[in-house]
Write a protein that binds this ligand. Structure first.
Ligand code: SAJ
Length: 486
């Protein structure tokens, strides 16, 4: 009896699955037959794009999403910005900037700006937008593995709100390894009974704007687009061509666009790793790396990069691990990428040992020394401390008994770890043994070095970004050291 019951249930399940399959098959056929009509649907979408009367939803209003949302508003689109954080949404609705990036302080739309809708409700944005753009973080886990949880949760929230036959376009902009968009989102589309190419279209268009660089901002930087359906790719070329004055290219497969973005950052990490490694080698040869770079840069095809205390930010020190992981998955180890990453990752420790030598050579006991960091941001002229190498350098120093204080007018007081003192007024900086320039902000480079010298215990300065005028400082009486200088 039991056996007969199980057999019956199995048969029913098989039938249901078959029916489900049949429905989807018919919808695809039907859609294919009315592809023309749907194409007309796309045509309608294309026309409304050209007419500019479509709404764009931006999912994730952080360092990338908020400037992107403001860019689309600026380009004349109705924008629905979504963030899971109530604090972020309320801050933006007050016309204030929730990201630490002061660069966009003055461009946050004022409250009740027309066509500017900010919410925590993804469903509302999906209902009101033809195109949804996902700009969520793609960090790494503590063991340096890609962490795709935000890409997946954003996808979950979007796809569960999409209605059949709506033909919405969902674009991922976050930096990922080749394959993530399809691998993360197609199962979700399936889960919610949707059909990619009928109910929804997915595409990839990596964000590329360069923080702190107006010439390569959201409205000027070139873009590339990959998608499963070339027509959707072309539609998005139209959409992004209104956003940026830079060129916009449809490059075919999702994976091509995904790979393009990740290698742009991998290439930069490798190039920086080369000069950082040379900055370790040349002093041992009694050669100053800057002299060598100046000489090499006279050659037309020498690409100059700058050595420094380390590589920070949410992109360059993170994205290579995506490529390393993907290469491992297919059994082709990324040796060069891995090696370069290790060089840049250990630069703060290299600089730490150099600073210890400087203190020792100048008879300053480490556990009785006061070091002043100029800058904490991961790079010049931005107020962004994410993955800053300053944190690793400061920790190594304080762990060895050195007292570290920091001055960085680009950052709020609450971003610092508790092992450092924060100085808000550089004129009050007194009693230091060593100044370390960690970030090349112009305010750090152009500060009053002679009065700072008056307040120092020892006239020692270390240029960790090769931005200081060494001769001028030596003329003032400073004892100048620098990364890559013997
Ligand atoms: N750095 C050096 N030496 C150099 C150049 C940079 O040590 O010669 C350091 C910087 O000080 C900083 C880090 O590298 O700590 C990264 O700074 P960055 O200016 O190289 O890059 P990001 O992270 O601000 O922006 C990068 C850019 N990618 C490329 O230039 C290939 C930007 O265009 C991307 O949009 C961004 O990553 C991103 O979001 O992916």
């Amino acid at each position: 009896m039991l056996f007969f019951q199980i057999f019956l249930i199995n048969e029913v399940i098989k039938k249901v699955t078959k029916i489900e399959f049949l429905i989807k098959f018919i919808r695809r056929i039907d859609n294919h037959n009315c592809q023309g009509a749907y194409m007309n649907g796309n045509l309608k979408m294309k026309e409304s794009i050209e007419a500019g009367n479509i709404s764009v939803g931006i999912i994730g209003l952080g360092y990338v999403g908020l400037p992107t949302a403001i860019g689309f508003l600026d380009a004349g689109y109705t924008v629905w910005g979504v963030d899971v954080s109530q604090r972020v949404v309320e801050t933006i609705l007050r016309g204030e900037n929730p990201t630490g990036d002061p660069e966009i302080n003055d461009i946050i739309p004022t409250p009740n700006t027309k066509n500017w809708n900010i919410t925590t409700d993804t469903n509302l944005a999906v209902e009101n937008c033809e195109i949804l753009i996902v700009t969520v973080p793609t960090p790494v886990t503590s063991d340096l593995k890609p962490d795709l949880k935000y890409v997946k949760s954003a996808g979950e929230n979007i796809f569960k709100s999409i209605k059949p036959n709506s033909g919405k376009i969902v674009v991922l902009e976050s930096t990922v390894y080749p394959g993530v968009t399809a691998q993360s989102w197609l199962p979700l589309i399936e889960k919610y009974g949707l059909i990619e190419g009928v109910d929804v279209h997915i595409a990839y268009c990596p964000e590329r704007f360069n923080p702190g660089d107006e010439a390569n901002g959201v409205r000027k930087v070139a873009r590339v687009i990959g998608s499963l359906n070339p027509e959707i790719g072309e539609i998005l070329v139209g959409v992004y061509s209104k956003l940026t004055s830079g060129r916009v290219d449809y490059v075919g497969k999702l994976e091509v666009a995904e790979a393009a973005k990740v290698i742009e950052n991998v290439q930069r990490d490798i190039n920086i790793a080369l000069v950082n490694e040379l900055a370790r080698i040349f002093p041992a040869l009694e050669i100053d790396i800057e002299d060598v770079l100046n000489a090499a840069a006279t050659k037309w095809n020498f690409h100059r990069y700058t050595p420094g205390v380390g590589v920070g930010g949410h992109c360059i020190p993170v994205d290579p691990y995506y490529m390393i992981q993907r290469a491992e998955q297919v059994g082709v180890p990324a040796e060069l990428i891995t090696a370069a990453r290790a060089v840049n990752r250990t630069m703060p420790i290299h600089v730490y040992s150099v600073l210890k030598d400087i203190l020792y050579t100048n008879n300053v006991a480490a556990n009785d020394s006061n070091v002043l960091f100029l800058g904490w941001s991961y790079k010049a002229e931005v107020g962004d401390h994410r993955e800053t190498p300053a944190e690793h350098l400061a920790l190594a120093l304080t762990d060895s008994g050195v007292k570290v204080s920091v001055w960085d007018p680009h950052l709020e007081k609450d971003v610092y770890p508790n092992n450092v003192e924060v100085i808000t007024d550089i004129r009050s900086a007194k009693g230091f043994d060593l100044v370390v320039l960690v970030t090349g902000h112009s305010v750090c480079i152009n500060l009053d070095w002679s009065s700072l010298l008056q307040n120092m215990r020892e006239p020692l300065v270390y240029d960790g970004r090769r931005v200081l005028d060494i001769n001028k400082l030596e003329d003032l009486g400073w004892n100048v050291y620098a990364v890559g200088r013997p």
